[in-house]
Structure formats: structure tokens, C-alpha cells
Write a protein that binds this ligand. Structure first.
Ligand code: NCD
Length: 316
């Protein structure tokens, strides 16, 4: 079966078949090999990719822009919406219709859940969701499974603990679906008020996910091949008081690691505040900075695929 991604939008963590996921993984590793060989890659030569970031970003924007540059395309960037016509009251739809006329692909991060899907309805060119509110962050989840594949040798059949802000953290909302698709067991550990939204847990279970919820971090670590830590999403809280109640409520450090399954891999989408002690950075299973570098290869793969410029046919 041949998979064709040309023109497709990348909007959420539940849109992919396992075959599509395998094609994305193979393409990311193909680009990683070419970059590491020092090749000058021209697959996207002549194309322009717009990056519209209506929320702060370091890794997602810079890895996309590095990916665009490494593929030989050019970037049209709106990193400061305060300096754009958004500040004059222009609607998202009008902005997208305009940008769509300038470029071949749009990468967008926006504070409103569902905004990427809305942009995709309006745009002719493919839209890639770089995070929409508390909803989804599919490119992060894809680089997460690419990282798991590299760190563990395979993606499926493992136990992963999601630790932290599972309510507002969009990365785990996307990754949960991919973990389920590859038959991993998931353990959710969070402060009571930051539990995984019920509708997502229910949806995952209806797809056959094996999910356990607990507040016993030591037990969860002892069972897990991977722990995926997330930041308390301060900017999403209704009030500072609510945030203060939750902040610092879990911190992974050397003491806690003693309870973990030997060889556990520690992941985090970053930015980290204090939820992983820096003393863990030298632990060999700490994969979070490797995870961040994998993001560029994965995003090269997505850009190559949705523009139709990476046209190696994988028959799976
Ligand atoms: C995440 C995000 O923006 O959702 N960051 C990222 O893209 N790596 C996680 C976060 O902000 O905590």
C-alpha cells in the first residue's frame, strides 16, 4: 500500500493510521541520516513555508524554521503577532487567507483550541498545527514516538507514565492516542485538579487503551519503561491562586529515581521549570534534550511529506 501525504494537514494525534506513522518515522530517520552525513538538501527548494506563532515558543518554532532552512525552502515568519494586523483586530480567517496566498505550507501555533482545524478549512495549502490551546500538539507527539523508537528500539508494548499537568498539557493529549495505537500501557499521575480530561480518557479507553490512574509516583515509576513529565501550564490557569496550589507538586529527582524501574527513560517536551531536577540531566536515561533535537528531523519529514517533495514510495 502506498501512502501519499501530499496536501494533508497535520492537526491532531488521532488522525494517523499505524502505516502513516511508520512512514513518518522512516522519513524522519532518512532526513536525520542525510543531515548527519552533512548533505546539502534541496528537497524543498523554491518553496516558502509560513510560521505563524501567536504564543511563545522556542523549540517548535526554531526546529520548524531550522527544518525549513535545511530542506532548502525559505521561511516567512510571524513571530511577533503584536506587530501584525492581528493587533488591529484582523480575524484569524483573514490572516490565514492572506498568508495562504504567499506560501506553500503554513505552520501555526495559536492559543485557541480548534484554531488549527479552522485555519485548515480556510487555507488551500497544508496547515501544520504547532499547538492549539490546551487541545493538541501533534508534531510534538510524533517527535516523542520518534524519540521512543530511538531510545528503546521500538515504540510499542511498553508502560509509560504521564506525570504532571495532564489537564492543560496538550502534548500528552496528542501522545496518549499514539501510545494507545502502539499498544502501550499508560499510567496517569497528576495533582487531583490537573487530571487528564475525562473525555480524553474515555475516548482512549473506548479505543482499547490500558490506563491506570494513581497518585503513587513511586509505584508508577517502578512499573514504567518511560516517564513523560510535563510542566504545570501556568498560562492556562484561571487565576494565580489556582496555579500556586499546584506548582511544585511533583519534582522528579535522584531520590525518586531510586524507586524507578532500572533503565527508565525520562522524557519532557520542555520547557522545564522545576519538575525535573537538573541533577538528573547526567542520568543516561534522561532523553529530553535528545528529544528536542529529534524534533528538527521529524519536522523535516512532515514538511517533505505534506509538500509532496519527499516522494519516496514506501510500500508497507
Ligand atoms: C510544549 C507546548 O508548547 O505545549 N512545548 C513544546 O512545544 N515543546 C510544552 C509546554 O509548553 O509545557
Amino acid at each position: 500500500m502506498t501512502i501519499d501525504f501530499k496536501g494533508k494537514d497535520i492537526l491532531n494525534g488521532f488522525q494517523f493510521s499505524n502505516q502513516e506513522l511508520n512512514v513518518i518515522m522512516e522519513t524522519a530517520s532518512y532526513y536525520e541520516m542525510r543531515v548527519k552525513r552533512g548533505e546539502i538538501i534541496k528537497d524543498l527548494e523554491g518553496l516558502v513555508v509560513a510560521t505563524l506563532f501567536f504564543e511563545p515558543s522556542t523549540r517548535t518554532r526554531l526546529s520548524f524554521e531550522a527544518a525549513i532552512n535545511r530542506l532548502g525552502a525559505r521561511v516567512a515568519s510571524m513571530a511577533e503577532p503584536a506587530n501584525s494586523s492581528i493587533a488591529k483586530g484582523e480575524s484569524l480567517e483573514d490572516t490565514i487567507l492572506t498568508v495562504d496566498g504567499y506560501c506553500d505550507c503554513i505552520v501555526m501555533r495559536h492559543p485557541v483550541s480548534g484554531s488549527a482545524a479552522r485555519a485548515a478549512e480556510v487555507a488551500v495549502h497544508p496547515v501544520i498545527n504547532g499547538g492549539d490551546g490546551t487541545s493538541q500538539h501533534p508534531t510534538q507527539a510524533l517527535l516523542d514516538i520518534y524519540t521512543i523508537r530511538k531510545e528503546k528500539g521500538h515504540i510499542g508494548g511498553q508502560t509509560i507514565t504521564f506525570l504532571g499537568d495532564l489537564k492543560y498539557g496538550r502534548t500528552v493529549h496528542s501522545l496518549g492516542y499514539l501510545m494507545q495505537q502502539f499498544n502501550n500501557k499508560m499510567i496517569f499521575v497528576s495533582p487531583e485538579s490537573l487530571r487528564m480530561p475525562e473525555e480524553i480518557t474515555a475516548e482512549l479507553k473506548s479505543r482499547g487503551a490500558d490506563i491506570e490512574e494513581t497518585d503513587d509516583i513511586k509505584y508508577a515509576l517502578s512499573q514504567s519503561d518511560i516517564v513523560y513529565v510535563t510542566r504545570v501550564q501556568r498560562e492556562r490557569f484561571p487565576s494565580v491562586e489556582e496555579y500556586e496550589k499546584c506548582k511544585g507538586s511533583y519534582i522528579l529527582n535522584n531520590d525518586l529515581l531510586k524507586y524507578a524501574k532500572p533503565g527508565i527513560t525520562i522524557m519532557h517536551p520542555l520547557p522545564r521549570v522545576d519538575e525535573i531536577a537538573t541533577e538528573l540531566d547526567t542520568y543516561e536515561g534522561s532523553a529530553y534534550f535528545r528529544q528536542a533535537s529529534n524534533g528538527m528531523y521529524l519536522r523535516m519529514a512532515l514538511l517533505g511529506l505534506v509538500t509532496g517533495r519527499h516522494n519516496i514510495c514506501y510500500s508497507i
